[in-house]
Write a protein of this length. Sequence first.
Lengths: 378, 378
Amino acid sequence: MTIFEESIAAHESSNGKLSVASRVPLNDNHDLAVYYTPGVAEVCREIARDPARARTLTLKHNTIAVISDGSAVLGLGNLGAAGAIPVMEGKAILFKKFADVDAFPICLDTQDTEEIIKAVKNIAPVFGGINLEDIAAPKCFEIERRLKHELNIPVVHDDQHGTAVVVLAALINALRLKNLDAEKAQIVINGAGAAGTAIAELLLAYGVKKIIVCDSQGIIHKTRKDLSDVKMLLAQITNEKNIEGTLADAVQNADIFIGVSVAGALTQDMVRQMAKDPIIIAMANPVPEIMPDEALAAGAFIVATGRSDFQNQINNVLAFPGIFRGALDNGITEITNSMFVTAAKNLAACVPEPTREKIIPSPFDAAVVPAVARAMVA
Amino acid sequence: MTIFEESIAAHESSNGKLSVASRVPLNDNHDLAVYYTPGVAEVCREIARDPARARTLTLKHNTIAVISDGSAVLGLGNLGAAGAIPVMEGKAILFKKFADVDAFPICLDTQDTEEIIKAVKNIAPVFGGINLEDIAAPKCFEIERRLKHELNIPVVHDDQHGTAVVVLAALINALRLKNLDAEKAQIVINGAGAAGTAIAELLLAYGVKKIIVCDSQGIIHKTRKDLSDVKMLLAQITNEKNIEGTLADAVQNADIFIGVSVAGALTQDMVRQMAKDPIIIAMANPVPEIMPDEALAAGAFIVATGRSDFQNQINNVLAFPGIFRGALDNGITEITNSMFVTAAKNLAACVPEPTREKIIPSPFDAAVVPAVARAMVA
């Protein structure tokens, strides 16, 4: 039985993965009077007088929404709202398991930017945070930016920032093993969607100076005429020497390759053109930009992928539970890149003695969530 | 300590009432691979191919939304979205306790009819049903009608239909005790909002012939110029003799008074003007249209209220858990008045030997939910 067959069978037998539970007893009429009518009327009045009291008197204190429009589900493309449910439901139970955050999946039956923004704003009152998920670029940038501005609860597009935090954590330990300063490291990011863009921005915030970003058309540079607004911004803040060319040109003498693109995008020849002992973080799913054994054979010093069956798995679950645990506990209304940098540093430090085979901790390491959560302070 | 003080303290110490829970194990990397990536990808693809599979592979099979805009919270008026959370959260845990339905509270930050409809449609994909709650009349009628038409899952405005089912159940047993035929009974309904309108319609569907409905301006009749569309329809289907006047005129010789109005609306003098041995169902909350001791002193045969501290409590919790349990189990996409009538009959039959002091079962009677659920068949 493949993992896919096993997954279908497991979902079928459990009828889904999430349920709700009561946090209070409901055993007699007195309980009904306390937690429902008539007692609840006073709780409603109290919150109507002072809406901030919803944080202490309702589920809002520990509940977030995991929201997708199904436009970019995993690496599968646009599956629509129903097709996104299993991922959002899965994230919700991971939030609960790893960080005791009560998360509820919401899949939106619209893929229009303005309708998505309006729907999220309209359902926000019961939630203490919003995790956006699997929303296609470039609309994901506008949606996150607007919601961060218009809501007073934390809003995080996890495909951007969760990924960026874990990549930076892995990079911190990899650079330490190579004894290379971040500001001297020459980094190529292949892929300029949600993840690639956020990774570039977070590496810059960390202090990296030399980044070249490629998309499917090659190196992103200031003279290209085909760039979206977000890619034009990337052209401004990366590629200082304004190099033109293909991915093969970009990786010449690079120390680090970060792939958030497609299977097989990085060849062994390209790895051989990189600087000595290169670091390869190849996150295309399920088949990475280059397979670990091929990369190592071509001279790679450290290889990481998104897969659980190879060492050094770059997995968002290392970031998102702690990010919202910390934001909820500390009453953070907006999460900044500076907090994400600290989260990545703390996450890297969860592996006190990194090796080439272990630059990143396991999600089951109990130190992970508190380390990330600790970074969510104003 | 009053029940209100006790309720505030209890909500404060529990930090709300609802949490989420995982239905599956998440103990190692293999569990992550089965319930999250990479295995979940196949579940997403399966649902994208056949959206109906969401019913067997996701939480949708057992999950409903409890949705309000906070425009008519209990009897407290327009408290807004945040002020409605404690009631919606309370309903959600009652759904779980009494019928093992997973219900999640959604409070909408809009009170515009079209925006409410759009928001509910947009978040519908993860839900197997929609329970609308505490939305003011008359917009509640339009919202429910449109959503029933535009969604392929059951949509029930509980303030209308839940209330109507329980009132009809109580009435069935009260008429039996009085040995009076439904079609001969003269009934006055005071209150023409969501509940009053639905009660009138359901009593007619059951076979009642003689109903007069009053609002704050008196008897609803065809010659009034101040009627909304819904009240004009009520004038067509009730008050056959087109009587005009006040509530005091309406109750002359009536057998049954049903109040969904305001404290003190029914006086002892009015009760004395009713037919012999009248039935009084006075549901204004928290203070009924007439207190039970006063009604009995004025000659009432049976008195019911909405309160848990008096006998014969008319409580929606007798209806809504079973309605959605049955709809989910039987794959019902639209619930009809005929199903609601059957539900009321089944609910009445849960008290095999009704007495003046007990015309309706307790919510803790284990027979209640199955009896109501059994009525949800096409």
